[in-house]
Design a protein around this ligand. Sequence first.
Ligand code: DX5
Ligand code: ZN
Length: 221
Amino acid sequence: MSIRLAPSILSADFAHLADEVAEVERGGAELLHLDIMDGHFVPNLTFGPPVVRAIASQSKIALDAHLMVTDPDNLIDDLIAAPVARIAVHVEVCSHLQRILESIRTGGVEAGIAINPASAISLLEDALPWTDFVLIMSVNPGFGGQDFIPETLEKISRLRQMAAGRSLDIAVDGGVCLENVASLADAGATTLIAGSAIFGLEDRASAISGLRQAATFGGER
Ligand code: DX5
Ligand code: ZN
């Protein structure tokens, strides 16, 4: 599976969002990662469907919504309509995971499960038939610019083994940078989400190509 890069706009300049999106678009990003936070599931608060709709109207890149909220059910229909291409809900808050994954897919959107660093990957096993991608958190969600938690690498490998025979996309989110993308690709990650490693640099396009090059080299080893 080839590697896809998903810049997270959490680290972008919100006062010039349309320009930021255009820049990563020109840089060849495959997905645009949108961190939706409610101030409850995570301490931080970001934006909701109206801003996602505005981004959708400007962006040629497919939108990847990461819901860090306690009640994801309330947002699914509005996000499908925005439209976004993918929605990830956190396993820690979904009592009826199968139902919400199916409702995402029914809307024609890829369904994903996000999982915190200390949550057991075994929680996902029985949900894989309804899952297009898993978003492995490699930091505790809520903020950009945190350090990558190294135990994540082993977790990715275990998930790749668990999903053997399925075309599961494994996305990694948090502290992704030039130093770890090769190991992440080696472990089985196929989508790399990066905020500060892309928007923290003046030249977003070369940040994207640098990450892609480093990750592809890792994937070939
Ligand atoms: C963290 C968010 C991430 C964040 C990543 O809660 O889910 O998407 O933007 O930022 P970096 O790449 O700076 O760790
Ligand atoms: Zn995220």
